[in-house]
Design a protein around this ligand. Structure first.
Ligand SMILES: NC(=O)c1ccc[n+]([C@@H]2O[C@H](COP(=O)([O-])OP(=O)(O)OC[C@H]3O[C@@H](n4cnc5c(N)ncnc54)[C@H](O)[C@@H]3O)[C@@H](O)[C@H]2O)c1
Length: 271
């Protein structure tokens, strides 16, 4: 889609971080905005910054919420399935609540978004889907296995969606966003964790991993606005992979080489 002006973008996770930055970048392009999140105060603030936007409370892990969001929009052309959360922990310490929470927000959200929006984009013969994965969808850093599983699944889902659309001859585009660390609220995603999926307490391992994640996220050199500009460019150029942090490509290459050489995976954070 090379002309965005006057078109409508639906963005989830738009109350903070990358979602807010994408919304503002789309507003800068002259797009209409439909914003979704569980954080209504944050949505209100994004709408204020964008000057004009419609927004609604949507829990992206819930099919009915995403269906209602899609049904409420008169028009939609760009769909950003972006909301996400980041539990930590050595895998054997993660609870079923961790899995349900992260699979719900990071993966079911994208499944619902594709089911609710893509038939409409296909029927109108125009549109672009941006799924926010992570470099953790292309490599598997230690200490965040639950997150890695959700993000690898989002990459696989996006690649499959691309193939299915191409096979049908649809012009609808797909991009998968795979950033490394960007300073946002992601290391504090527990703030929006539903009470029914809460953990009694973090283990010592998890506390340490959470601190590391906080430091890594806050030290990210690219801003959310830089990432949002890369998303706008990818939509205009109809580019599939959005790898915002080129230095991480060495770790992706190492993983691919380890697979092809059939050797044990090297730690991507130690390369
Ligand atoms: N910041 C990074 O370093 C980084 C790196 C790679 C990928 N990502 C991905 O970017 C995406 C955006 O995260 P961010 O970094 O902007 O973090 P963020 O915490 O600033 O924003 C995430 C947003 O998702 C919302 N959210 C959480 N649960 C929700 C739910 N059930 N329904 C609807 N919205 C919900 C939050 O309220 C928040 O506004 C996520 O998918 C994340 O995994 C972030």
């Amino acid at each position: 889609m090379n002309i965005l002006h006057g078109k409508t973008a639906a963005v989830t996770g738009a109350a903070s971080g990358l979602g807010r930055a994408m919304a503002l970048a789309f507003a800068h392009e002259g797009m209409n905005l439909a914003l979704a999140d569980v954080d209504e105060k944050g949505l209100e603030e994004t709408a204020r910054l964008a000057k004009s936007a419609s927004w609604q409370r949507v829990d992206v892990s819930k099919a009915a919420d995403v269906d209602a969001f899609a049904a409420s929009l008169k028009e939609v052309h760009v769909v950003c399935n972006n909301a996400g959360v980041s539990p930590v922990g050595p895998l054997w310490e993660n609870t079923t609540a961790d899995w349900q929470w992260a699979l719900g927000v990071n993966l079911w959200s994208v499944i619902h978004g594709v089911r609710a929006f893509v038939p409409r984009l296909v029927a109108q013969g125009e549109g672009h889907v941006v799924n926010t994965a992570s470099v953790a969808g292309l490599i598997s850093p230690p200490g965040m296995g639950v997150y890695n599983v959700t993000k690898h699944a989002v990459v696989a889902l996006s690649e499959s969606l691309h193939h299915d659309l191409r096979l049908q001859g649809s012009p609808v585009g797909v991009s998968v966003l795979c950033p490394a660390y960007v300073p946002t609220g992601i290391s504090n995603s527990e703030r929006n964790r539903p009470q029914e999926l809460a953990n009694p307490a973090l283990s010592e391992h998890q506390k340490a991993l959470k601190e590391n994640l906080k430091k890594a996220v806050s030290s990210g050199k690219l801003t959310a606005d830089d990432v949002a500009r890369a998303v706008v460019a990818a939509i205009k150029e109809n580019r599939f992979y959005i790898l915002t942090h080129p230095r991480i490509k060495g770790a992706i290459q190492a993983r691919m080489e380890d697979v092809l050489q059939e050797r044990a995976p090297r730690n991507p954070l130690a390369l």
